[in-house]
Design a binder for this molecule. Structure first.
Ligand code: DGT
Ligand code: CA
Ligand code: CA
Ligand code: ZN
Length: 562
């Protein structure tokens, strides 16, 4: 499955570059089509003898795929990438800029990267370009500021798998005794400045050497006995610290941070006439484990996700934060009926294999044209189809739901009579995401108050590093969610993580219910759950405040409460 995704990504990237280069529509469409075919392919492409037998894949695409399977690379793609300025793809991160606009900026205003786009705007170079009105330039400038303010931090969903794979590689070495991911990744922050790894070994020079020669490194900043630092081709920096085994706990505590939490602990130590640093806690000389250090400071062990000096000092016991094993249902998923890539059966089979008791099918509503949203007649048929599959499958309850759009004025995208036929309703904002705080609050409030709505999906609509999303008055929304018993979603997708940590905490403390969903469109999207869990834990969430942790019948009762 993931080979298919990897190759599809390359074909999508090729299509983008072709479009930036102004190639013929035919060539672009054929390339996009191959990507679509691969995305929808159930079998792993690597297991298929003759790829040309798949409809939509021609001879030349087939040979590219073959090349990838054999070498992990497609040479014509590498050439294509080098045929445009390397910073140009980065410009595509600016919301609202597609390949056509990027091409225009490149050809007509010499924009080659984020920096030159900024210069072009500031010097008025874009002002007289065709199809580039004042409003368009303003929008680009706005979106650009957002990218500029965030661009050097990577999403958790990118950084965590990289950290894990590097650590896994290092763990294969002889002599390794302890290893851990530290820093902001261990704390589960939504974006990551750099990766911090800690390792103890009896073979330090072998470890340092291996680390500094890992595949994909573009620069080695430091290659020392106790610290190595590298940059990956993707731009991520990775720090490796080589630690004495007996001091691993003290180092882990220090390098997990946050800095604020470490300062807090140091102050507590001082108040007890002790001294805490990255090597040990003195005078007791405790340093082997975090648990022992917290204990000596008369504190419970604090989970990394809440080490932010946001009140953890007052904990009498280790807070019982929700874990991935507490999740028993996913209540926001898409099928091929809208823009998903799974059938109802496939979705339910995956959910069952994950040990869930309930899965909700929530395809897009009618106004989501580009996502193939369902018109009322199609929704009615879809409800029947979902219920029919539910009848045939044991051990899992499949709910017929909808992810119904919250329109800009707060009304929903289907009428109440139709909505009443659904088992579950997730109401989400998708369009008009730059509304004022006042309008956004009114809009979401209307959906929260709607008696048929169970969950508000990705309430702000933000996309990390890309789109700010709505900025409603959260306190007002949370109070209404409590009053109307509407759950607020934690969308686990690492692009979204919406609600975010501080809002989750405020909601849970106010007595609101939250709902943890992956918004899966493809089988592998279910794996995004862990990012949602980390975010929820950063929001101090306990399982008792999350409807996805309810037992089957309790959840059913919660859903039909109105
Ligand atoms: P990041 O990388 O920006 O996402 O955030 P962190 O938290 O991973 O920060 P980083 O990589 O600079 O340092 C890792 C940890 O090391 C940090 O959370 C706490 C500790 N640390 C680093 N520098 C200092 C410092 O100057 N003072 C203190 N108290 N701790 C530090
Ligand atoms: Ca870091
Ligand atoms: Ca670091
Ligand atoms: Zn969705």
């Amino acid at each position: 499955m993931s080979t298919n995704t990897d190759v599809a990504k390359i074909f999508n990237a090729m299509a983008t570059i072709l479009e930036i280069k102004g190639e013929s529509g035919f060539k672009i469409n054929a390339t996009v089509k191959v990507a679509r075919v691969l995305e929808n392919l159930v079998e792993d492409i690597a297991t298929i003898e003759d790829v040309t037998t798949i409809s939509g894949i021609g001879k030349s695409s087939a040979s590219k795929i073959k090349e990838f399977l054999e070498s992990g690379e497609i040479s014509s793609y590498e050439e294509l990438r080098q045929s445009i300025p390397p910073g140009l793809l980065e410009v595509m991160r600016v919301q609202g800029l597609g390949p056509k606009k990027v091409r225009q900026l490149w050809q007509e205003a010499d924009v080659v990267d984020i920096a030159s786009l900024r210069t072009a705007i500031d010097t008025g170079k874009l002002d007289n370009l065709p199809r580039m009105g004042k409003k368009t330039i303003e929008n680009i400038a706005d979106a650009l500021s957002f990218v500029e303010s965030t661009s050097n931090r990577e999403r958790l969903g990118i950084a965590l798998p990289i950290a894990e794979s590097i650590l896994e590689e290092l763990q294969k070495l002889p002599g390794i005794t302890h290893s851990a991911i530290a820093g902001s990744i261990r704390r589960g922050k939504e974006t990551i400045g750099d990766i911090d790894l800690l390792v103890s070994t009896t073979e330090p020079s072998l470890l340092a050497e291996t680390f500094c020669e890992l595949e994909g490194i573009s620069k080695v900043f430091a290659h020392g006995e106790t610290k190595c630092s590298i940059r990956l081709g993707s731009g991520m920096q990775v720090d490796l610290r080589i630690i004495d085994e007996e001091q691993f706990g003290a180092a882990l505590l220090y390098f997990t941070g946050s800095k604020e939490h470490c300062i807090l602990l140091r102050e507590i130590a001082i108040s007890q006439d002790k001294k805490l640093n990255e090597y040990r806690l003195e005078p007791a000389d405790i340093s082997a484990t975090e648990e022992a250090i917290y204990k000596d400071l008369q504190l419970p062990w604090i989970p990394p996700e809440i080490r932010e000096d946001r009140g953890e000092r007052a904990c009498k016991n280790t807070p019982n934060l929700l874990t991935i094993n507490d999740i028993k249902a996913d209540l926001h998923c898409h099928t091929t009926a809208s823009d998903g890539h799974m059938s109802i059966e496939e979705l339910a089979t995956i959910a069952k294999a994950r040990g869930y008791h309930t899965i909700a099918v929530t395809d897009h509503s009618q106004s989501q044209g580009q996502a193939n949203g369902l018109k009322p007649d199609r929704l009615l048929k879809h409800i029947d189809a979902i219920h029919a599959v539910n009848e045939t499958m044991d051990g899992i309850t499949i709910l017929a739901g909808s992810e119904v759009d919250i329109l800009p004025d707060g009304t929903l995208d289907y009428d109440d009579e139709l909505l009443a036929k659904l088992d579950i309703i997730v109401a989400s904002p998708h369009a008009a995401l730059s509304q004022s705080t006042e309008d956004a609050t009114k809009r979401l409030l209307a959906a929260i108050e709607h008696p048929l709505v169970h969950i508000i999906g990705h309430p702000t609509g933000r996309i990390i590093n890309k789109r700010k999303g709505l900025e409603p008055d959260m306190t007002t929304l949370i109070a209404a969610a409590v009053e109307h018993n509407t759950a607020l979603e934690i969308n686990a997708n690492s692009y979204r993580l919406d609600l975010r940590d501080i809002h989750i905490r405020a909601a849970a403390e106010a007595g609101a219910m939250l709902s943890m969903n992956t918004d899966s469109h493809r089988p592998e999207d279910f794996e995004q759950l862990r990012y949602g869990i980390l975010t929820a834990r950063r929001g101090w969430l306990e399982a008792s405040r999350c409807i996805n942790c309810m037992e089957h019948d309790v959840l059913q009762t919660w859903l039909v409460r109105n």
